[in-house]
Design a protein around this ligand. Structure first.
Ligand SMILES: *[C@@H]1O[C@H](CO)[C@@H](O)[C@H](O)[C@H]1NC(C)=O
Ligand SMILES: *[C@@H]1O[C@H](CO)[C@@H](O)[C@H](O)[C@H]1NC(C)=O
Ligand SMILES: *[C@@H]1O[C@H](CO)[C@@H](O)[C@H](O)[C@H]1NC(C)=O
Ligand SMILES: *[C@@H]1O[C@H](CO)[C@@H](O)[C@H](O)[C@H]1NC(C)=O
Ligand SMILES: *[C@@H]1O[C@H](CO)[C@@H](O)[C@H](O)[C@H]1NC(C)=O
Ligand SMILES: *[C@@H]1O[C@H](CO)[C@@H](O)[C@H](O)[C@H]1NC(C)=O
Ligand SMILES: *[C@@H]1O[C@H](CO)[C@@H](O)[C@H](O)[C@H]1NC(C)=O
Ligand SMILES: *[C@@H]1O[C@H](CO)[C@@H](O)[C@H](O)[C@H]1NC(C)=O
Ligand SMILES: *[C@@H]1O[C@H](CO)[C@@H](O)[C@H](O)[C@H]1NC(C)=O
Ligand SMILES: *[C@@H]1O[C@H](CO)[C@@H](O)[C@H](O)[C@H]1NC(C)=O
Length: 873
């Protein structure tokens, strides 16, 4: 035979896969530039060991540093193996029938060796970068025995397929070209004349235009996958000979007509062969056809995220092979009855979420199926808790959020679903109390927030990762033994919890997010800190990115354990009774901090100078404390406030969803809106001195509140540079001099308060200034001001008249204007203007009325979310 006998043991050359795995598992490992990574070297050696190489083509493959081996190329930076040349000797394997070179692998592709493997039946080149291999098709086309060809993720584009006309691959049965970037019409694709083709995978490859009638020629076709392209329109009308269709996937295209018409084009002879029909997110309208029940082999039916209307055909209930039914996010308007499900013996996945469906299923009904996943989010399932779920003890994922349930949560809930991993029934009116102990539950994620549960917080399930019981009426104290080593998210906000935070909370060292806000918790704020732990890792808080303890009655100093929370982005300690100074170490220890709220506490001392080196901070609220000293001149270091944020601002990883919830009125703000807020609120402290001129460099500011301090000097002339300002409050200070005329440049301004200072001179005019409400109260208490709207003639103005002026303006009750804080979120009004004492009253009033905005930051918990998200089974 051949002098070189590179013989392959086993079925595949798994080099690349091995390399890929090796590089992903050893990621993060320190490596010296250019020196081989051990696990990758081992992968190469084991590959070499699987070959016979008498001619010694791989003889250089020995020694420690695999980066020096022939054909091997490592990254200069990471040391990882990034390139491996396909040895041209592959061409000598002329009897090879099965070749798998798939993987994360960047060869200098020259496929000249390929045609020599003329017996090849199976060629998998998944993820092999063929972007520069102009000859790929010519080479592949020389393999007439080929049955399976995998070319997914190969960087192919239209420039490469354009030249191709007749193909030689008359035996090809499976063609996978998904994950390429063709940006071209399917019309002229080279594969339409492959009459033997059974499976055609073309997903995610940017195919555009319509689905050509050539499809009808592929009479052997069983599987066609066009998911996630930019195809427009229906399938061709005459598909009469495609009688062996089993899987049709058209999700993520723009079909743009009724689902009835689409399904009407399926050849009738395929009705009982079809196993999967997927048309999610495909811009389809209309009703599901009544004859859907005749597709007797259907196992997967997915048509979510369309605009389907009408009723759910009773015929669906006859699909005895149906395993996966997803019709969520449509406008199906039916009353669900038992017949809809009567024959669904094999149903395991049911998602009817986000449809205006109502349920009239008898409470006594016993379903024929055993579901694993059931989702009825935002359906009218209630008010009675569906009793038929009682029999579904195999359920792994249960989603009944916002489904109009108004019932006592049944006792069996905790038994039937004790093995489920996800339980969501938030946003209902479920009441009753939770069992005292949930330790027997397997759940990793429980969301029962925004219901009406009473009673105590239960003992946590032992494997819980995310627990949300916010916005209920839970009372009593937290369980003393908080034992949940995997807990990442604990949300108990807006309940009526009392007592202290148990010290066992410090054992929840996996916590990423903790929200205990809006309760009546008292006593010392968590003391999860010992000096001796200072340099230890994996202690409470080390991983945390969001902490909300606001609106409680906690005392103590600024929590020291936060010095460990280097990932923290969001911190809200406002509305407590915390005291002491704000720490100097924030920027050093919590460099990621974006939002810091400590308002309405009893913090004292100065604003730490270091605070301004929090480069990501765009929301700083230390109002209503006892902070003295001056405003740090280095304000201009607050980089995040110096940028005008726009909708496109990329916010790294916490962009999923953020809600700002205000008191009882719940308002969901998209993150897009939230991230537009740039706030500096230092109001109601004892700050003195001047406003540093640098403040005018914080051009991103949307809200600036310095009111109720003892600030003096002039308002910076360049204040008009803060073009984004929506709200500016400088009232109740000792500012003097003229109002800068640049103020009239603030075209977004909707709240302005300059009252009760010592300002003088002409009030600037400007369109926006004149449009503000409560004109006279903006400037009141500044006897030296003249012009509109205080109504005093500037020419006759005389500073000595100031005393009289005040009396003129103080008849009885005034509506004082609001201090804008968050765009349109609140309006403070009404206060008695009685001599100087009204000031204190005003403080208290504002304190009470001030928004209780808090921001919930959500991130991905990929492993949990996958299960809750829609998608293929
Ligand atoms: C093996 O392949 C190499 C390069 O393609 C070629 O030079 C050599 O002659 C081949 N050996 C045999 C035995 O075919
Ligand atoms: C790695 O370093 C070598 C030598 O310094 C250089 O020639 C090569 O271009 C570098 N490769 C990359 C990918 O930076
Ligand atoms: C297609 O790939 C070739 C080779 O990588 C490249 O030169 C060309 O720019 C690509 N064309 C498009 C439209 O991306
Ligand atoms: C088809 O395959 C044969 C055998 O490998 C080859 O000789 C011929 O050139 C191929 N035809 C085309 C059009 O590539
Ligand atoms: C498909 O069949 C039609 C009619 O037989 C024919 O005109 C057309 O060329 C065929 N398409 C291909 C790609 O073979
Ligand atoms: C369809 O499938 C049947 C049974 O598997 C097979 O006999 C028949 O040849 C197939 N039809 C085509 C056109 O390939
Ligand atoms: C959905 O289809 C309709 C009808 O074909 C079309 O007018 C509309 O533009 C499509 N919608 C989108 C988002 O493409
Ligand atoms: C569906 O099947 C039923 C029972 O087999 C049959 O009576 C009915 O005609 C079929 N419907 C269509 C549209 O073929
Ligand atoms: C922690 O580390 C710092 C710097 O490495 C060191 O100065 C300090 O003494 C250490 N503290 C403890 C408690 O080990
Ligand atoms: C906070 O605690 C103090 C003293 O412990 C108590 O007087 C006050 O009523 C509490 N406030 C709230 C809102 O619970």
């Amino acid at each position: 035979m051949t002098k070189l006998a590179l013989l392959v043991r086993g079925t595949a050359l798994l080099i690349c896969l091995l390399i890929f795995q090796a590089s992903s598992t050893s990621h993060g490992q320190a490596s010296v530039s250019g020196v081989c990574i051990g696990s990758e070297r081992d992968a190469l050696l084991s590959f070499k060991a699987s070959l016979l190489d008498p001619a010694g083509h791989l003889s250089s493959w020995q020694g420690e540093d695999c980066c020096q081996w022939k054909g091997v190329c490592c990254s200069n930076r990471t040391g990882h193996l990034i390139k491996l040349k396909i040895p041209s000797q592959f061409g000598n394997l002329t009897k090879l029938q099965y070749l798998d070179v798939s993987g994360n692998y960047y060869p200098d592709v020259a496929l000249a060796w390929l045609p020599r493997l003329s017996l090849l039946r199976h060629l998998d080149m998944t993820y092999v970068d063929l972007g520069s291999a102009r000859d790929w098709f010519q080479s592949v086309n020389m393999l007439p025995s080929l049955k399976v060809l995998g070319l997914s993720g190969c960087g192919l584009n239209s420039t490469m397929s354009a030249s191709i006309s007749l193909s030689n691959l008359t035996h090809l049965e499976v063609l996978d070209m998904s994950g390429n970037n063709f940006y071209t019409s399917l019309k002229h694709a080279w594969f339409w004349n492959l009459k033997s083709l059974k499976e055609l995978y073309l997903s995610g490859s940017s195919w555009i235009g319509s689905i050509p009638s050539d499809l009808a020629n592929m009479t052997a076709l069983q599987v066609i996958d066009l998911t996630g392209n930019q195809l427009v329109g229906l399938i061709p009308e005459k598909l009469g000979n495609l009688c062996n269709l089993t899987r049709m996937r058209f999700s993520g295209n723009n079909i743009g007509s009724s689902i009835g018409e689409f399904m009407g084009r399926l050849p009738k002879c395929s009705w009982n062969t079809l196993q999967e029909f997927s048309v999610q997110y495909a811009n389809m309208t209309g009703n599901l056809p009544g004859w859907i029940g005749n597709m007797t082999n259907l196992s997967v039916l997915q048509a979510s995220k369309n605009m389907l209307t009408g009723t759910l055909p009773i015929g669906v209930g006859a699909l005895s092979n149906l395993n996966h039914l997803d019709l969520s996010h449509n406008k199906l308007d039916s009353v669900l009855v038992e017949e809809h499900f009567a024959g669904l013996l094999n149903l395991e996945y049911l998602d009817l979420s986000y449809n205006p469906l109502r349920s009239a299923i008898n409470q006594k009904w016993v379903p024929p199926f055993r579901l694993k996943v059931v989702k009825f989010q935002s359906c009218q399932l209630g008010p009675i808790f569906p009793e038929w779920l009682k029999w579904q003890s195999d359920i792994d994922v249960l989603v009944l959020s916002d489904s109009n349930l108004d019932d006592v949560i049944p006792d069996w809930f905790w038994v039937t679903f004790s093995r489920a991993s996800i339980l969501q029934a938030s946003g209902n009116k479920l009441h009753g109390s939770l069992p005292a102990n949930l330790r027997h539950m397997s759940a990793g994620y429980i969301h029962l927030g925004s219901n009406k549960f009473t009673g105590q917080v239960p003992q946590f399930p032992i494997n819980i990762a995310r627990l949300n019981l916010s916005s209920n009426f839970l009372s009593g104290s937290l369980p003393s033994g908080l034992n949940a080593p995997l807990l990442e998210e604990l949300l108990l906000a807006n309940n009526q919890l009392t007592g202290t935070i148990p010290s066992s909370i410090c054992q929840l060292t996996s916590l990423l997010r903790l929200d205990l806000s809006g309760n009546h918790l008292e006593g010392d704020i968590m003391q999860c800190w010992k000096e001796s732990d200072a340099n230890s890792t994996n202690l409470f808080g080390w991983n945390m990115f969001s902490l909300a303890l606001n609106n409680n009655n906690l005392t103590g100093q600024f929590p020291k354990f936060l010095a460990r929370s280097s990932q923290l982005m969001f911190l809200d300690l406002s509305y407590n009774r915390l005291f002491g100074g704000l720490p100097e170490w924030l920027p050093e220890k919590i460099p990621q901090l974006r939002i810091l709220r400590v308002r309405s506490n009893m913090f004292s001392g100065h604003i730490p100078k270091s605070l301004t080196s929090l480069h990501r901070l765009h929301y700083l609220d230390i109002a209503h404390n006892n902070i003295s000293g001056s405003i740090p001149w280095s304000l201009s270091n607050l980089k995040a406030m110096k940028a005008v944020v726009s909708q496109d601002t990329n916010y790294n990883f916490y962009e999923d969803s953020i809600q700002i919830i205000m008191k009882d009125q719940k308002r969901d703000y998209t993150f897009a809106i939230y991230k537009l807020l740039v706030i500096l609120d230092l109001s109601s402290n004892r700050l003195a001195g001047q406003i540093p001129e640098e403040i005018t460099l914080l051009i991103g500011l949307t809200n600036l509140n310095l009111s109720n301090n003892q600030l003096t000097g002039a308002i910076p002339n360049q204040i008009g540079d803060l073009r984004q300002l929506d709200s500016l409050d400088l009232s109740f200070n000792g500012f003097s001099g003229a109002i800068p005329s640049s103020l009239s440049a603030l075209s977004y301004l909707s709240h302005l308060n300059l009252s009760y200072n010592n300002l003088s001179g002409v009030i600037p005019s400007g369109q926006q200034l004149q449009a503000l409400d409560n004109q006279r109260y903006i400037y009141i208490g500044n006897p030296g001001l003249c012009g509109d709207p205080v109504g005093r003639n500037c020419s006759t103005h005389d500073a000595e008249q100031s005393g009289l002026e005040d009396i003129d303006h103080m008849p009885s009750v005034y509506l004082a204007m609001s201090i804008g804080f968050v765009v349109g979120l609140w309006t403070v009004f009404c206060t008695m203007l009685m001599k100087r004492t009204w000031r204190e009253a005003f403080f208290q009033f504002v304190d009470m009325m001030y928004d209780m905005v808090y921001v919930q930051v959500a991130v991905r918990w990929a492993h949990m979310m996958e299960k809750t998200q829609d998608g293929a089974p």
